[in-house]
Design a protein around this ligand. Sequence first.
Ligand code: HEC
Ligand code: HEC
Length: 237
Amino acid sequence: MTSSLKSTKLPLVLAMLGLTAAAIAGCGTSDPAPISGDFNDRGRQLFTAKCGTCHKMAQAASTGTQGPDLDAAFAAAREVGMDEETIRSIVHNQVLHPRPPEEGFPGVNMPADIVTGNDLDDVAAYVARYAGVPGAAPPKAPGEGPGAQVYAENGCGSCHTLAAANSAGVLGPNLDEVIPGMSKAEIKTSIVDPNASKAKGYENVAMPDSFDSIPADQLNQLIDFLVTSAAADNSGG
Ligand code: HEC
Ligand code: HEC
């Protein structure tokens, strides 16, 4: 399934390597930020919130299709010997100066400067550590039961706070607060069809509408996890 992607992406990344070689040699690049691999790792959170909506990457469990699959893109690069530091520079450069859209992605422009400064360092180091690395997988999730893993793999925690999952995202509503007041049906709709009704105070913030691809059994596990863990955690009022 990815083999065709891979072969079309190889020249793309190699072209970027050529384009960025001068920049790499020319400017004093800082050391890559350390990547802990923890569930709450900052680079991973930023990636999920800012990049995963357009880019697929296994370690981030992101499913975006508006931009290239970053595993496919950098697996090919690693195969021909590109090292982590070079990939970091390419990602850094792409975020600051996105290349104009290629044929494969008509009409989609990657916006410039989505992240900058330390955030950019963290995201670039994160992508360089994991994109295209064989077997890269999301970190094991904190929390009880299979639904905790579904929550982690779909990056819910990068936008939502849920104590049981050890997640502290603030882009979306605090799930410890809102879940106890929602029925299972409402929770389900919020996940698979987030535009159907927007949470109060978040009318202008978008939750990705790609979670309708979560298989039905995993979705049920996720909802059970939310209901039991948010309720358990809210006992103090
Ligand atoms: C709105 C969608 C969108 C967002 C958000 C986005 N990108 Fe992109 N990205 C694209 C598109 C489209 C391309 C392909 C551009 C091209 O044709 O080279 C791309 C290309 C790339 C490439 C080059 C891949 C290759 O095959 O050579 C990298 C690396 C990249 N993006 C990283 C990121 C990172 C890191 C973020 C978050 C900070 C991000 N992108 C956010 C749409 C997006
Ligand atoms: C990129 C950020 C982002 C991600 C990732 C994300 N959400 Fe959201 N979520 C939001 C935002 C913003 C809202 C509020 C707007 C809305 O209701 O659509 C929201 C709303 C919700 C609501 C409704 C809350 C209410 O008060 O009505 C639930 C439930 C929810 N999300 C659960 C999840 C789950 C479960 C996941 C993972 C499968 C997830 N979200 C992933 C940003 C996100």
